[in-house]
Ligand binder design. Structure first.
Ligand code: SF4
Length: 689
């Protein structure tokens, strides 16, 4: 037995998929992954979902990139690292000299570690001299963060995942929690079963959580803002607000009340399709509950009014006193394993680490002292603005890691056309992604199991992942690659290990001030803000809110209607999102044979009514056509969707079938998050299967 133990390594790591942040040990022998064993995960206990348990074939996939690739005469050839890094430095340097630093942009990945996202923005700001840096929270969670900044000051879950079980009432809005955040959903399912916790779900689709709900609301697409405000107004009209909490902790009640004038139950009925009686019931459930947690995700944020609806959610929680205690509060459910961390690390144009403004003189002074270079002064571009700037000819070079932007950004055909126009594109990836096909240089990166570093999950929990396997072939962890690029540009960085990066993050970032690798040993974790002495914050807002007067702010928000309501030419509403088995564009999960055997590709869900009207059965091939593109998909007839609404999962192994061939470039104006859920299409029957 002792001999066998000697061959087998057990390494604690953190799941590379969703924002729940399940921690577990991975058992390996040589390069073989023997099993995933959850034992002490602070977010997950002994649970994982199908992805965390089984979706690891990507790590040893023969399709992994193992050497840098350079485009030459229209084809790619293998190169060594020295040649690839020298070429990148030469081309980026030339573009900077010729067009200025703001002709270059950088996109980090929410699958990468905190340390790697930190280094990406350091490369952009300190080596190149531009604030043009962003991450994929622009595609998903930025509106939730905006809503929380406006109202309570911190853009994160207000409590812990385990606290959800203590709520009297959980409300899920635009979140398919059982498939998108499966282990978190089990907390709610268990509390409902064992404690009689109430569950209200508002969504277009009747997914598992909707079927489990005590009350299932099916509002018209894009109308959540209206019913939320109508509930807030009804509560005020009935005197059901939490007056003691408002008096002590909240400002702005009069202006907020005035902003609700139009939101009568009658108006809400007309806009949302929900009955006044249903909304009265929701209001009374909230008023009576011993603690309300509201979870929300892309069904809310990927709308024209994503920031406004997120604000309305937080307003409702403030109005009813549902902050400042476990079992109450806001739970924006972060999608990627490290989407929270990528934003925490300052991979955003307007902010450096810990949401410190890049134009704050004190912050600029601290960074100048640490880095020896001034932060750039020009306002940076976000992901969405970068694509427009490429089309306009002002952005000439792009360096992105771990983002298959030509599949996951909205209006994929427009994005592809932009990538074709670039003077120079560097893609850092595990696989030859669709985006890589546009690159000038492709750099082979490592998956999570081949890395040291930290991830920060949806509940602000910072956890260590430890390297379980050596990098495959000549691939490298992203932090080493970024350091290589920086040094080829003359930066002179000398990080020997990610721990040195985290020490620098802690020096520069009050939210991470007390984070050390010693305090994250084993299954230990810290939830930010972390004080210098290591005291962390499982529950935000225990003694007020992070505004000068310590009071939260009711924020009058404004409804922004849909841009693409169905019309005569495009008569169907298209919704999109995740499925349990696959993750995002599918670059990792479609490389796991067992998962792909279960769900081999994308499809379009069609309601029984629409199927009957158009003569569709399961497998009938249809063409969906929007104002922005077209895809061919097999139909799946299901009562999960209703009437003239369709649903296509965002995961597809075929770039031509990607749902973002259909979505448009219209965005939430406050954050530029694309309104992915606001798409009108027509359906043409091709036939056959
Ligand atoms: Fe946990 Fe999410 Fe990973 Fe599933 S995908 S194991 S729920 S972190």
């Amino acid at each position: 037995a002792a001999g066998r133990e000697g061959y087998i390594r057990r390494t604690k790591t953190v799941c590379t998929y969703c924002g729940v942040g399940c921690a577990f040990e991975v058992w390996t022998k040589d390069r073989h992954i023997l099993k995933i064993e959850p034992t002490h995960g602070p977010a997950n206990g002994v649970s994982t979902c199908i992805k965390g348990k089984f979706a690891w074939d990507h790590v040893g996939s023969p399709q992994r990139l193992t050497r840098p690739l350079i485009r030459e005469n229209g084809a790619f050839r293998e190169a060594d690292w020295d040649e690839a890094l020298a070429l990148i430095a030469r081309r980026l340097g030339a573009l900077r000299t010729e067009h200025g630093p703001d002709a270059l942009a950088f996109i980090t990945s929410s699958k990468c570690t905190n340390e790697e996202s930190f280094l990406m923005q350091k490369l952009a700001r300190s080596v190149i001299g531009t604030n043009n840096v962003d991450n994929c929270s622009r595609y998903c969670q930025s509106p939730a963060t905006m809503g929380l900044w406006r109202t309570v000051g911190y853009g994160g879950d207000s409590g812990s995942i385990t606290d959800l079980e203590r709520a009297g009432l959980v409300i899920g809005i635009g979140t398919n929690t059982a498939e998108s955040h499966p282990v978190l959903a089990t907390r709610v399912k268990r509390a409902q079963k064992l404690r009689g916790q109430k569950l209200i779900v508002a969504d277009l689709r009747e997914h598992e959580m909707a079927r489990r709900a005590d009350l299932f609301l099916r509002p018209n697409p894009g109308s959540d803002f209206v019913w939320l405000n109508a509930v807030s107004r009804y509560l005020l009209d009935q005197g059901l607000e939490n007056r003691a909490f408002l008096d002590r902790w909240v400002s702005g009640l009069d202006a907020f009340r005035a902003s609700l004038d139009a939101y009568t139950l009658e108006y809400a009925e007309a806009v949302t399709g929900l009955s006044g009686e249903t909304l009265r019931q929701v209001a009374h459930e909230i008023a009576q509950a011993d603690g309300v947690c509201i979870m929300w995700a892309m069904g809310v944020t990927q709308q024209m009014s994503g920031s406004e609806t997120s604000t309305a959610i937080s307003n409702l929680l403030l109005l009813t006193g549902n902050y400042m205690r476990p079992g109450a509060g806001s739970y924006p459910l972060r999608g990627h394993n490290n989407v929270q961390g990528a934003s925490d690390m300052g991979s955003m144009p307007g902010h450096v680490t810990g949401y410190q403004r890049v134009d704050d003189p004190a912050v600029r002074a601290a960074y100048a002292a640490e880095w020896g270079t001034e932060l750039p002064t020009t306002a940076g571009l976000d992901n969405h603005q970068m694509i427009h700037a490429i089309h306009a000819g002002t952005l000439r070079g792009l360096y992105l890691k771990g983002e298959d932007i030509s599949l996951v950004d909205a209006n994929a055909n427009y994005v592809d056309a932009a990538l074709e126009k670039l003077d120079f594109l560097v893609v850092q990836e595990m696989f030859f992604s669709h985006t890589a096909s546009f690159a000038d240089v492709v750099l082979p990166a490592s998956p999570s199991l081949e890395k040291d570093g930290t991830f920060t999950n949806t509940e602000r929990r910072i956890q260590r992942l430890n390297q379980a396997l050596p990098p495959l072939g000549d691939s490298r962890p992203d932090w080493q690659i970024i350091q290589g690029v920086a040094n080829a540009l003359g930066a002179g960085w000398s990080y020997a290990h990610p721990v040195e990066v985290m020490d620098e993050i802690a020096r520069l970032t009050p939210l991470y001030a007390g984070v050390t690798y010693e305090r994250l040993a084993g299954f230990a974790s810290l939830q930010w803000p972390v004080q210098p002495d290591g005291t962390d914050t499982p529950l935000l807002f225990t003694d007020g809110f992070p505004f000068p007067d310590g009071r939260a702010r009711l924020y009058p928000a404004e409804f922004i209607p849909r841009t693409e309501p169905p019309d005569a030419q495009y008569d169907l509403h298209l919704n999109n999102g995740r499925m349990l088995e696959h993750f995002h564009e599918g670059n990792m999960t479609f490389r796991t044979a067992g998962i792909t055997a279960q769900v081999p590709g994308a499809f379009v869900e069609v309601s029984p009514d629409l199927a009957c009207e158009r003569g569709l059965t399961d497998g009938t091939l249809v063409r969906l056509v929007s104002r922005h593109g077209a895809v061919k998909l097999p139909a799946l007839v299901t009562a999960r969707v209703q009437g003239q609404q369709l649903y296509v999962p965002m995961n597809s192994p075929d770039a031509a079938q990607a749902v973002n061939r259909l979505t448009g470039s219209h965005t939430d104006p406050s954050t530029h998050t694309p309104a992915y859920k606001d798409t009108a299409v027509r359906l043409e029957v091709i036939g056959g299967t």
